[in-house]
Design a protein around this ligand. Structure first.
Ligand SMILES: [Zn+2]
Length: 343
């Protein structure tokens, strides 16, 4: 098969790779219908995460089950499935509590590189969720979004205790931030403030349910949120970037007693203890337990109540993976969907 492999920062190649094989009786092999490039893939692409050897890329996927191990019972050959970037057994105490992203038997599905034609998914019974049938082609982007960015934005909103009547602010206008806006709308928020300075992203945020846009960032962004909330700050703030500036912006935009849901992968974030002490806000975040939300998200997509696939504003064949990374790195695209090149 062929897939995307990163060799060095800025150097992603579409190249021949060995077909994945079943390694454990709990594995499944799926043939990918679509995959995509994640904001977190750019940490490797930009050399912020060191690339020490050629590494297969991609951890977001939907596809059709091609093979299952002898111990797999919940999905069968021919099923269309969605899974999370983390494989989880979905049975241990941590999974049962809803934190599948910290399963006691956690494995990173992305180790197999989902920007490819075939993918080995460990712990298939706990990880994969089959759709009610073969999806119409126009549903595929939304189902793919559920695999990571929608599930992550949703977790951000749940972690920030978004609910009816609340004022929500979202820091970050990447795919996760935009889908956190959609999640906040679905969860009944009264007012949703999206922080973005890019016209196309502002438009999508409004489509997803944002009621206000704040273009300022840092201290000026915080001041604007305070101004919009009668000096109080938002009830719920979702942080979807992962930098020192965005994390402090999120904490400082939250009212005392409010909640911050932080889902941007933290890079070099250090929180000042004294400020945190007096901020008196709830902090909850981490890698999203996407598996917890998948059945609900798939149903909402299947019933066409939400269209999170709109975050994909560029589709390319897998063989143009290098261009997909460039487009995201240069912020020419919000998120790039990759489809197999075919025989
Ligand atoms: Zn588990």
């Amino acid at each position: 098969m062929y897939g995307a492999v990163i060799h060095a920062p800025g150097d992603v190649r579409y190249e021949h790779r060995e077909d994945p094989r079943l390694q454990q009786p709990t594995d499944a092999i799926i043939r990918l219908t679509a995959s995509c490039v994640c904001g977190s893939d750019l940490w490797d692409y930009r050399g912020i995460n060191p690339v020490t050897q050629p590494t297969p890329m991609g951890h977001e996927y939907v596809g059709i089950v091609e093979q299952v191990g002898a111990a797999v019972h919940n999905v069968k050959v021919g099923d269309f499935v969605v899974g999370s970037f983390f494989a989880s057994d979905n049975t241990c105490e941590i999974c049962q509590a809803g934190y599948q992203s910290r399963c006691m038997h956690l494995e990173f599905v992305g180790a197999g590189g989902a920007q490819s034609e075939l993918l080995r998914v460990p712990l298939a019974d706990g990880t994969l969720v089959a759709t009610p049938g073969m999806p119409d082609p126009d549903l595929v982007p939304s189902l793919l979004a559920a695999s990571d960015v929608l599930g992550t934005g949703w977790f951000g909103a749940v972690a920030a205790e978004v609910g009816p009547g609340k004022t929500v602010a979202v820091v970050g206008d990447g795919a996760v931030g935009l889908l956190a806006v959609l999640a906040a709308e679905q969860l009944g928020a009264k007012r949703i403030i999206a922080m973005s300075r890019h016209a196309s992203r502002q438009n999508l945020a409004r489509e997803f349910g944002a009621t206000d846009i704040v273009e300022e960032r840092g201290d000026a962004g915080v001041a604007r949120i305070k101004e919009l909330t009668g000096g109080l700050g938002a009830h719920s703030v979702i942080e979807a970037v992962g930098t020192q500036e965005s994390m402090l912006q999120a904490i400082r935009s939250t009212r005392p007693g409010g909640h911050v849901g932080f889902v941007g992968v933290a890079h070099g974030v250090e929180l000042p203890g004294e400020e945190l002490f007096y901020a008196e806000v709830h902090l909850m975040g981490g890698p999203a337990p996407v598996r917890r939300f998948l059945p609900d998200l798939i149903e909402r997509i299947w019933r066409r109540e939400i269209d999170p696939g709109k975050v994909f504003d560029l589709t390319l064949p897998l063989s143009q993976a290098a261009e997909a990374y460039r487009a995201m790195d240069e912020r020419r695209a919000i998120k790039v969907l990759l489809t197999p090149d075919g025989p």
